[in-house]
Write a protein that binds this ligand. Structure first.
Ligand code: PLZ
Length: 429
């Protein structure tokens, strides 16, 4: 097998520079909560491929389902010759997503594609143009979703012009805005009413816990107030649960923590154990406002990805991975809090379930909005963790958040080893 160094050389001559990788090691195998690189080194996985392999890498049921499906047929295109697996995934989505109302789903390939389609559907259903998004939001890298995404570097820099009719309002960010949920919502709603106009709003689009933007958990009451406002305004409330979905936060979907029932939900990532699949699920009358043929794509709901999704969902049910996520929090949060007590640079520990983070700041220094971020220390800790064999991601508008996204099937021993490596990384800096 070629070494990582050799592969890196070949990569430099063949792979576009714009596509970068976090670590310089190349994967050989990955299973459960670990990964082994081609140089024979074992890693503890606190990334899950960015919240994708919630059921673990190469989860046994997923492997079996994919093998069986690939032997039966690989692709017919659901728009040409439909198949049961697509229908079954949509049935599961109707059952699992919050809200006891009639639902429909449409399947796509990537998170960004799901978000694009949710916006298309909301505009079609309402006949209105405007889409409201939030500070720190991340919704993808396509043209429309770049416009929906807040952070310019690396996602948007030089890639404009961007799509129009996107309006950004303040997010509830307890560490930085000092507002309670109701206050923060009133502030955001005031902005929407004054600068967009309620009757122009097709959709309010929000991540119930922001992912790339820094694992920002809005103050209690923020999400329900926005959902209620959307309803009163005749706008579609869309929860982007692409990163938070499928048991990650200790519930099937993060909207449920506050009893929010979004009109539409976008999902991807954790849905199919690593195969590319995404969905828009929501109220039948909104989804079915679109004429036949108005939604689709060659690969959307590919049968192999659907088979993987059905096996992933079955695994999540059987192993009760929502409970596993809560267990991960019960183990990891006290360790992170102890770490914060030791390192004043940790300004906050936050998150839910197996979506946990620490925000790294410069102690005693204030910026215009709360404690001064320390992206340099953050990067150094992440790099130290990588050198110790821990796959660890950062995030945040200011690049100063360390996030934990372990696969939900991670063993207690692996979790303990991973947390110890994180502690070691902090102490080494
Ligand atoms: N919405 C909430 O988290 C993807 C992006 C990583 P795609 N997040 C990881 C990167 O740097 O590209 C994401 C998300 C939320 C939408 C998306 C987009 O999902 O499957 O990457 O298109």
């Amino acid at each position: 097998m070629a070494s990582s160094a050799e592969l890196h050389q070949r990569r430099s001559a063949a792979v576009a520079r714009g596509v970068s990788s976090m670590i310089p090691s190349y994967v050989s195998t990955a299973g459960g909560g670990t990964m082994t690189d081609v140089d024979g080194r074992e890693w503890i996985d606190f990334a899950a491929g960015i919240a994708v392999t919630n059921v673990g890498n190469a989860a046994p049921k997923v492997v079996e389902a994919v093998k069986a499906q690939v032997e039966r047929f690989t692709h017919t295109c659901f728009m040409i010759a439909p198949y049961e697996q697509y229908v079954a995934v949509c049935e599961q989505l109707a059952e699992l997503t919050p809200g006891d109302f009639e639902k429909r789903s449409a399947l796509f390939n990537s998170g960004a594609e799901a978000v694009e389609n949710a916006v298309k559907i909301a505009r079609h259903a309402t006949g209105r143009p405007a889409v409201v998004v939030f500070d720190h939001a991340y919704h993808g890298r396509t043209n429309l979703t770049m416009a929906l995404t807040a952070k310019v570097m690396p996602y948007k820099q030089g890639f404009g012009p961007f799509a129009g009719e996107i309006y950004r309002v303040p997010m509830s960010y307890p560490l930085r805005d000092g507002r309670g949920g109701a206050d923060a919502a009133a502030y955001a709603i005031g902005q929407i009413e004054k600068t967009v106009g309620a009757s122009n709003v097709a959709a309010v689009l929000i991540e119930p816990i922001q992912g790339e933007g820094g694992f920002v958990v809005p103050a209690e009451g923020f999400l329900p107030a926005l959902a209620a406002w959307s309803k009163a305004a005749g706008a579609v409330f869309i929860a982007d649960e692409i990163q938070t979905g499928f048991c990650r936060t200790g519930e099937w979907f993060a909207s449920s923590h506050e009893g929010v029932e979004p009109d539409l939900i976008t999902t991807a990532k954790g849905i199919a154990g690593g195969l590319p699949l995404a969905a828009v699920t929501g109220r039948a009358e909104i989804m079915d406002s679109v004429h036949p043929g108005g939604l689709g794509g060659t690969y959307g709901g590919n049968p192999i990805a659907c088979a993987a999704a059905l096996a992933s969902i079955e695994t999540m049910r059987e192993l009760d991975l929502a409970a596993a996520a809560r267990h991960i929090e019960s183990v990891a949060r006290p360790r992170l809090e102890a770490l914060a007590a030791k390192h004043p640079a940790i300004g906050e520990v936050r998150g839910r379930g197996a979506m946990l983070a620490v925000e790294v700041v410069i102690p005693g220094e204030d910026s215009a909005a709360g404690p001064a971020p320390d992206p340099v220390l953050t990067g150094a800790v992440a790099k130290a963790a990588h050198e110790l064999g821990l796959l660890l991601l950062t995030c945040g508008t200011y690049g100063n958040v360390i996030r934990l996204l372990p696969p939900l099937i991670i063993s207690d021993d692996e979790l303990d080893r991973g947390l110890s490596l994180l502690e070691q990384a902090f102490s080494s800096i």
